[in-house]
Design a protein around this ligand. Structure first.
Ligand code: SAH
Length: 496
């Protein structure tokens, strides 16, 4: 049969899927071909065939598309991190604009011409390389037993060695090289997912682009006893007081600390057999517990466990758009749900009456409170908990439970106006908002809802719920925070 596994076919690529794969058709039979670009004529080998469609492997580009470019990164195809390096950046932006639009139309059930009439053009990047301020490298071994750091290949956990990722910072390479050579010298084993043995799981590296400060956090499968509280690795006499989590720790720390910008070195203990990268227990072994950075004219402290936008340059543009949609005049009461370390909350606090932030990670809320103080903002309060619990609790009782209270002021009374705020901003993770959260938002009936989303499929689903609850879509604007990948951020304004 023509479409059996292993067969080679020649096909022209005419469309692109949501994951960036090229789509071509032969007599109504659809082929999904990763790394093929619209306009290419390719030869592809069938890998997995179904009745009406198949997944095929790109064997050769016979006639390249005018939009095809050579991938800058030598491992772009194998690595699961990037998906669209072989497409011109201009085309990538067009693809993202269309992806958001199509999801809102198809999954949200909104009228096509209506969506087109309110959609604004995607905010692209001026420089789509070296834009990520954070990377989490898994550590493992190659088939010759050599220690490697890199990224997972798409859909698997085999590590593609790459220490100089071109969308990451230039320092990553030097930091990883110090760590790997230290591991080799001291016989430190990388973690093995199958056996659960080995010490070094991941290396988290984060850099404040404005401050230049760098944080390294080593994620360890450390089974020894560790102190259950944060402690400084260096005491007042300059001695290293930390437990030795890694053999030759002092030497490793010394070498890492010599890298320009190094500010914080910590370990995160994760002994669970899990895909979750970070363990919740963090110990600083050198320098500060946090790094700081400036975003939207505000200074932020960032802990290893806190979420911080990975693309600060685009983030300022995104927040700028969110603030514009929020229509702040200085008087408004605003809720910022899924607030992280308070970046949106505090940017809005500068322009609103009072802002309330809600976030699930305690460390992030601690950072948020410090960030408010540090920036002299007293009109922002933060609550730790799930948005879908904190908000309904608050709405039902007109106050917050004692356990939810993480107020800045010691004598704290939540104002009546918070029950019916002017604006609610949400910025949930990929799975979108919980139904209980959306229901309460509708009951609180703010004048405006600003929805910031990193997944346009769940965004579309939630917009439908809000629209059925009486809100009207006013504007949609995608923003590219993740160049060379298929991910795209979107900000949407809804009004009552
Ligand atoms: N607005 C912030 C963070 C956005 S990322 C910023 O732009 O920096 C999404 C955040 O939601 C993360 O900080 C995550 O910890 C938090 N989160 C995830 N599930 C949550 C929930 N159910 N309730 C509240 N916060 C949640």
């Amino acid at each position: 049969m023509k479409y059996d596994k292993g067969n080679l076919l020649t096909v022209e690529i005419t469309d692109i899927g949501n994951d960036g794969e090229g789509i071509g058709k032969i007599d109504g039979y659809t082929l999904f071909i990763k790394d093929a670009v619209i306009g290419d004529v390719v030869s592809a080998k069938i890998m997995k065939a179904k009745k009406n469609y198949a997944y095929a492997h790109l064997e050769e580009v016979i006639t390249p598309s005018v939009d095809r470019v050579e991938a800058k990164c030598p491992v772009a195809r194998a690595c699961g991190g990037c998906q669209t390096q072989n497409m011109s950046y201009e085309k990538e932006l067009e693809f993202k604009q269309r992806k958001v639009r199509n999801n809102i139309v198809r999954l949200g059930g909104f009228d096509e011409s209506f969506v087109d009439s309110i959609m604004e053009p995607i905010i692209g990047m001026d420089e789509p390389w070296r834009y990520r301020n954070k990377a989490q490298f898994p550590i493992g071994k190659d088939k010759n037993g050599r220690i490697i750091a890199g990224f997972y290949a798409g859909r698997t956990h085999s590590i593609i060695p790459v220490t100089d990722c071109l969308i990451g910072t230039a320092e990553n390479k030097d930091i990883l090289s110090v760590i790997i050579s230290h591991m080799e010298k001291n016989n430190i084993e990388p973690y093995d997912e199958t056996s659960g043995k080995g010490l070094m799981r991941h290396v988290l590296i984060r850099k404040g682009f404005t401050s230049g400060q760098i944080m390294v956090c080593l994620v360890l499968n450390y089974k020894g006893i560790s102190k259950n509280k944060k402690f400084a690795g260096i005491n007042a006499d300059g001695e290293n007081t930390a437990i030795e989590y890694i053999s030759g720790q002092k030497e490793l720390v010394t070498r890492l600390s010599q890298i320009k910008g190094m500010t914080s070195i910590s370990v995160s203990i994760n002994t669970d057999k899990t895909n979750v990268i970070m363990g919740t227990e963090i110990h600083t072994i050198w320098g500060n517990d946090t790094i700081s950075d400036t975003l939207c004219g505000l200074e932020f402290d960032i802990s290893p466990l806190s979420f911080y936008q990975v693309n600060p340059v685009q983030c300022e543009k995104l927040y700028g758009q969110a603030i514009e949609y929020a229509g702040l005049t200085g008087e408004e009461t605003v809720w910022d749900l899924y607030c992280g370390i308070g970046t949106i909350t505090l940017s809005m606090a500068k322009k609103a009456g009072h802002v309330y932030g809600v976030e699930i990670i305690p460390d992030a809320i601690e950072d948020a409170k410090k960030n408010a103080l540090r920036n002299g903002l007293t009109n922002a309060d933060f609550f730790c908990g799930k948005a879908e619990e904190v908000l309904p609790d608050f709405y039902a009782n007109g106050r917050l439970e004692e356990k939810d209270k993480h107020a800045l002021q010691s004598e704290y009374n939540i104002s009546e106006s918070a029950l019916h705020p002017d604006v609610i901003v949400v910025d949930p993770p990929r799975k979108g908002c919980d139904q209980a959260c959306l229901d309460t938002m509708l009951k609180m009936s703010p004048d405006r809802i600003v929805y910031v989303s990193c997944d346009s499929a769940t965004l579309a689903r939630d917009l439908r719920i809000l629209a059925d609850g009486g809100y009207e879509l006013k504007a949609i604007r995608p923003c590219d925070m993740f160049g060379h990948t298929v991910h795209v951020e979107t900000v949407v304004l809804l009004t009552k």
